[in-house]
Design a binder for this molecule. Sequence first.
Ligand SMILES: [Zn+2]
Length: 342
Amino acid sequence: MKAIQLEKPQTLRIVEIPEPESPSPGEALVRVHRVGICGTDYAGYLGMLPMFTYPRIPGHELGVEVLAVGSGVSHVRVGDRCVVEPYINDPGSWASRQGRPNCCENLRVLGVTMDGGLRSRFLLPARKLHPAPGLTFDQAALVETLAVGAHAVARGGCGPGQTVVVIGAGPVGLSVMEALRRVEARTVVLDSAPARLDFVRQRLKLAEVIQAKGDATDIQQLEQLTSGRLAECVIDTTGNPRSVGSSLKFAGHSGRMVFVGISNQELTFPQALWHRRELSVMSSRNAVPSDFQRVIEWISSGQLETRHWVTHTAGMDEMLSEFGRWLNPAAGVVRALVRVDL
Ligand SMILES: [Zn+2]
């Protein structure tokens, strides 16, 4: 059976691996149809993710079909089209018992700390499958990335009419914007790259954008848009420590900050401003099952249009030659999808 393995940083190859066994109790055997490739995969390829170990079969954004289920599995059946929630948590852990499996202390992630979906078939705990009968396999492979945005918006408590500033218009920022549209929040997007802001205006039809210059004019633009009130919530998707440190000033009094990005560096905050405005600061990691279910519902009911998300596709062999090109920002990749061979 065919798989794509990241043998070591910058070395992807096609390998032959043994067929999986029959599913044990609680497990499912799935056939992988589509795999979305995101920033995590690019960072793993470049050797920039500390938690990524090698050799590794990447792939955590998966559209799959159920081939067989073990005993005790009743919520999915053979032939079901499903989305995979790739966060393999320990159900007995403290965080899992609080309903927060996304930040479980023993969390393993498919395609990052354990082998993922760039292979024809594999076994996984059936509880990690979300049936998505109304979605295409392409759409199913987009759900994880959209669920990450939905989770950040839920963490921020964003709702109708609230002004939310999204910092960073990369793929994570776009998934946050999609979720903000669904909860009817007013979205203001801030990014330094004009091309990304053009994409947001044209494809997402979001008119309120700020081209960041990193000086006082950024905040002045937000003050003009909000009559001086600033944002009720700021969601930073950049992971850039400088951006994260300065993003606090966009939140108005009693506002909330959500950090979705990740950085290995320390962050510094203007503490007096944080105190004066009594800001709530929180992180957002991965997504929880209800985020997946919400996104599946949004797509299958037509509320969330996925057409502009898939910009590049390739078969498994093609992926090896295309991967280097996808890394280049000039390629304009929003999401690249791999069609997995049988
Ligand atoms: Zn991803």
